[in-house]
Design a protein around this ligand. Structure first.
Ligand code: DGL
Length: 272
């Protein structure tokens, strides 16, 4: 009964951590495509092909349900995967919708027409590919009206995290927040629209100021998965063991994961 969790690299570990705390009896198989990160500067075609290959590998581990804990893959590949590639007895879910439901204070499955919501000025921080896809704005427009979203493509941040360079990552986050504030001086809320960014959440919060509510995905996705599995328990696949798979060098990926998660994480090679 395992669930697969995919990210281009280390970022999905922030989601996995919350999933494992919320669902302690469920084994999770994590797949980090570290050899191909960052995805945020790749074409949609490339992201689609890489995400399908990773998902297939998770299915081979007995995970019938795979969470794309990667906004870039969710934005650039998920719809096409669901429409053209995922077989009927498997599921692939993304990470946008729980976040947008929280921002718009909606319950799961509330399909009523879009309405005015409390927040009016929202800063979105995401990878260049996610920003270019406008997927957040599209999902938001189904649920809310009158929300002004200013998006900042945060080039370089994922790369710095994947390289284990926290100092560079912090400097880049501060400069991206400054760039956004020049265009939207007083956001009420900020969305960390990349699962790598919660690793830098304190820096985002500090640069934005304490009056800005920062939304990140981990706990929201965990609640949403718990709810999904209570309704669809048959989607727990046949896999039995939690493990961490990477397309990168397992020793180096394990050491960076341990650095960022501040606890021991041991990866193994995804392909023998
Ligand atoms: N964690 C991925 C996301 O949520 C990072 C994508 C990348 O590799 O650029 O978008």
């Amino acid at each position: 009964m395992a669930v697969g969790v995919f990210d281009s690299g280390l970022g999905g570990l922030t989601v996995l951590d919350a999933l494992a705390r919320r669902l302690p009896d469920v084994p999770f198989v994590y797949f980090g495509d570290n050899a191909h990160a960052p995805y945020g500067v790749r074409t949609h075609e490339d992201i689609f092909n890489l995400t399908c290959a990773a998902t297939q590998r998770l299915w081979d581990e007995g995970c019938d349900l795979v969470i794309l804990a990667c906004n870039t893959a969710s934005a650039a590949a998920l719809k096409r995967m669901q429409e053209t590639w995922v077989p009927p007895h498997k599921r692939v879910l993304g990470v946008f919708v729980p976040l947008i439901e929280a921002l718009t204070e909606r319950q799961w499955g509330d399909n009523s027409p879009p309405r005015e919501v409390a927040v009016k000025h929202v800063a979105l921080f995401a990878t260049p590919a996610t920003v270019a896809s406008r997927a957040f704005q599209r999902e938001l427009s189904f649920r809310a009206i009158g929300v002004d979203v200013e998006a900042q493509p945060c080039g370089g941040v994922v790369d710095a995290i994947e390289q284990g360079d926290e100092i560079l990552a912090e400097a880049l986050v501060r400069s991206h927040v400054e760039a956004l504030k020049r265009r939207m001086p007083a956001p009420e809320a900020a969305i960390l629209g990349c699962t790598h960014y919660p690793l830098m959440q304190k820096v985002f919060q500090d640069a934005l100021g304490s009056n800005v509510k920062v939304f990140s995905q981990a706990n929201l996705v965990a609640e949403s998965l718990a709810d999904y599995l209570s309704r669809r328990p048959e989607m727990l696949g046949s896999g039995q063991m939690s493990k961490f798979l990477t397309t990168g060098d397992p020793a180096s990926v394990s050491s960076k994961a341990t650095q960022f998660m501040r606890k021991s994480v041991r990866f193994e090679a995804a392909y023998a």
